[in-house]
Design a protein around this ligand. Sequence first.
Ligand code: CO
Length: 134
Amino acid sequence: MIGRLNHIAIAVPNLTDAVKTYEQILGAKVMPPEQLPEHGVTVVFIILPNTKIELLEPLGENSPITAFITKNPAGGMHHICYEVEDIEVAITKLQSEGVRILGDGKPKIGAHGKPVIFMHPKDLNGTLIELEQI
Ligand code: CO
């Protein structure tokens, strides 16, 4: 069901500093920041030859990553995103296996304009996993 690794997301307390680190120290190709109010984050994509890194900074009062940053003030690995061909097929399979999908269980439009879901970390080895339909 899952295909390529689409991205690894790192939550950061300060996007400007994180971008500087990736651009100036690690010499990575960094895209401009995008605000995603419906996801409560500002995101910057780092383009690597074989995948992407998504830097996430909390946006707004009810950002889903505020609690994560409080627990991990220096930032930390937040989630991994795998590609799937058909997100509805994936949802049906996951639900039939008892894997919980966060939120209302319906796909949302993610940072690339494609449908995404997140699964409960307790059902996936303690890791927050995003699936993105390609
Ligand atoms: Co993501």
